[in-house]
Design a protein around this ligand. Structure first.
Ligand code: TXA
Ligand code: MG
Length: 362
């Protein structure tokens, strides 16, 4: 019921998502058992979550990109539990979330001018940097690589959780996106609970994630910065801070599960179609075929009987709702999901990246 929407204008009816994420630590955080739309974690719940993390348990928490499945990044057994819960191959590295950029030297060596400039410009926020790792970083966090992914998230619940863990002596939360391996990331607390059930000690609620797609990742381990994953922070914005846009990822880059071609996939076969292709396919659709559509500019034809979602026309709104919309359509038992391809253009790079992965066929 949270995602039922009327046809155009398609603004989300989910109470959770119309709230800005994490309106403040004081005004809401509920464990998901007690979750109700629009709630966000309380200070007591964040405190309890910090103690759970400190004792080696898994806690899912909101960030401004997507929800993370967190473990104390200094506790190898706890980090291994993440891999077990996700069903993720053990050699995939996970991002370490920090309370503040002042913790960087504990996690990375060779923190150069580019890292400092990016941290200054974009943290807290939806940017992950890959840096040469400090000697003390656990292999289970880095996947045995000589580098580590680091991010200071901006969501107030994530910030509060990191601050409380720091108070207990912890200096980072290892967290991949809170979804099972290869599936769509979770952008609200209920989706996390749907993915993991009892495998997670606690799910902190922070409303619907503001950006809705995973962080921009920039690899700073080589001479020139390289973009590993596009996100809300665009190549142009990075270029303004770095002096030149980062190189784009080639085939020789480090392992990153988010860079596998078929990542982020719904279970239902999904096809990306140009607007005219979608219109044509809809016009020739034979009645018994159940199709689910994620449209953007194409209008729902009269008499169309499948599931239909009108996505926002602007890239930021589109990204924010994308995964929830794909989950909704995926749950409808359609034969195929047809997705109207958004435009090309710099602001659509991250969305188009996720859509091409969601529609990739093996
Ligand atoms: O927005 C995000 O980044 C979310 C939130 C929770 O912070 N996290 C996230 O984590 O998307 P995950 O594990 O789903 O994706 C992180 C990506 C993976 O593709 C991983 O392989 C890559 O970052 N990564 C992590 N550490 C790396 C490293 N040292 N070198 C290369 N890639 C790395
Ligand atoms: Mg992921």
């Amino acid at each position: 019921m949270q995602f039922a929407r009327a046809p155009r204008p398609s603004r989300r009816k989910d109470l959770n998502s119309t709230k800005s994420p994490g309106t403040g630590v004081g005004d809401a955080v509920e464990p998901v058992e007690k979750h109700s739309a629009g709630s966000a974690a309380t200070a007591e719940q964040i405190e309890r979550a910090a103690h759970l993390l400190h004792s080696g348990a898994l806690v899912a928490f909101p960030t401004e990109t997507v929800y993370g499945l967190g473990a104390d990044a200094r506790n190898a057994d706890a980090v291994r539990r993440i891999f077990a819960a996700k069903g993720r191959p053990a050699e995939h590295p996970v991002i370490v979330h920090l309370a503040d950029a002042d913790l960087l030297p504990r996690w990375a060596r060779a923190i150069g001018a580019s890292a400092e400039a990016l941290a200054q410009a974009f943290w807290p926020g939806p940017l992950t940097v890959i840096l040469p790792r400090a000697a003390t970083v656990l292999d289970v966090v880095t996947g045995g690589q000589d580098s580590v992914g680091l991010r200071v998230p901006g969501h107030p619940v994530a910030q509060a959780l990191l601050a409380r863990l720091r108070h207990l002596g912890g200096d980072g939360i290892a967290a991949p996106s809170a979804n099972r391996f290869g599936r769509i990331s979770a952008t609200n607390a209920r989706h996390v609970a749907d993915e993991f059930g009892d495998a997670v000690a606690m799910v902190l609620d922070g409303g619907s994630s503001r950006h809705g797609i995973e962080s921009t990742i920039v690899d700073l381990t080589a001479d020139e910065p390289m973009l590993l994953r596009p996100g809300a922070i665009t190549i142009e914005a990075l270029g303004r801070v770095l002096g030149a846009p980062p190189r784009l990822r080639g085939s020789q880059s480090p392992r990153a599960s988010g860079t596998l071609a078929s990542h982020y996939a719904p279970r239902t076969a999904a096809r990306l179609m140009a607007p005219h292709e979608l219109i044509h396919a809809l016009s020739t659709l034979s009645k018994p075929v159940r199709i689910a559509v994620l449209a953007r500019s194409v209008a729902k034809p009269m008499g169309f009987s499948g599931s239909w979602i009108d996505a926002p026309e602007q890239s930021a709104g589109y990204a924010q709702e994308l995964y929830a919309s794909l989950r909704t359509l995926d749950a409808r038992g359609a034969a195929e999901i047809w997705i109207e391809a958004p435009p090309d253009g710099p602001e659509w790079v991250a969305v188009n990246d996720r859509l091409s992965r969601a529609t990739h066929r093996q």
